[in-house]
Design a protein around this ligand. Structure first.
Ligand code: ZN
Length: 252
């Protein structure tokens, strides 16, 4: 099932589900008890919001060998994790805003895991039970500030630097999916999720050994090689084969 959050006019976003190009409301808790209404609202009559409201956005650095190399880094021996703040979230079709503090803002195309229930010290063999579904993400990064700051909070945390969506697919098989990033139609990144250093189950085990994961939390699983600069007026499309496409225009 494809889960969305959508607005009609300027109402508060509601959870919904998608069937072809129609949306139906979901009443109740998408992570618990809920009821689905008939999908009859045409997609073009709604505006999609980011598809869930995470309490935490956990990201994984250097999880593809070729990407670690392109920035002159070693592949870490255990996952390298960091946060983005929920205030950085934008939805499909919303603008990525280039902040004046940075001269080098870059895209990072990523598979994103959505957690479905609370868990701590989850073992890798049981990690699948905690996955609600998958979505598509762009971990927008001020590369120059990432290098100068050491801590990545500023480089990764600007408003509009966390795009994910357009929906969550609860049936997606993420074990061997091709992730691509195009800027103005030109290919920048392409790799399979099979090339991850630490797979999704290993990441959930590692992260939950540190912190409690809550339903709705999201994990950005790292980006393949080919990260590159975004300029005013660009359009960045992150696509995951079989899952969908996330598109954002860029402005200064
Ligand atoms: Zn990233």
């Amino acid at each position: 099932m494809k889960i969305v959050r959508y607005r009609i006019n300027n109402e508060e976003p509601k959870y919904g589900w998608m069937l072809d190009d129609k949306v139906g409301e979901i009443q109740g808790n998408i992570f618990g008890e809920y009821r689905r209404r008939e999908a009859k609202i045409p997609l073009k009559e709604v505006r999609l919001a980011a598809p869930c409201e995470p309490s935490k956005i956990i990201c994984v650095g250097r999880n593809y060998v070729e990407h670690a190399k392109e920035l002159g880094n070693e592949v870490p021996k255990s996952p390298l994790i960091f946060f983005k703040p929920p205030s950085s979230i934008i939805a499909n079709a919303e603008h990525i805003i280039l902040p004046p503090q940075s001269k080098q803002v870059e895209h990072e195309a990523e598979l994103v895991v959505v957690i479905g229930k609370r868990g701590r010290n989850i073992i890798a063999e049981q990690a699948k039970e905690y996955i609600f579904g998958f979505t598509i993400g762009d971990d927008v990064t001020a590369r120059d500030l990432q290098k100068t700051d050491g801590q990545w909070t500023r480089a990764k945390g600007f408003d509009t630097f966390c795009s994910f969506g357009p929906w969550i697919d609860t049936d997606f098989d993420a074990s061997d999916a091709v992730v691509t990033c195009r800027v103005n139609g030109q290919m920048r990144q392409m790799a399979s999720t099979r090339d991850m250093v630490f797979n999704v189950s290993a990441l959930i085990a590692y992260i939950s050994s540190v912190m409690t994961l809550e339903a709705g939390d999201i994990i950005f699983t790292g980006t393949p090689a080919g990260v590159g600069e975004l300029k005013n007026g660009d359009v960045v499309d992150v696509e995951i084969e079989g899952l969908g496409k996330l598109s954002n225009p860029v402005k200064a």
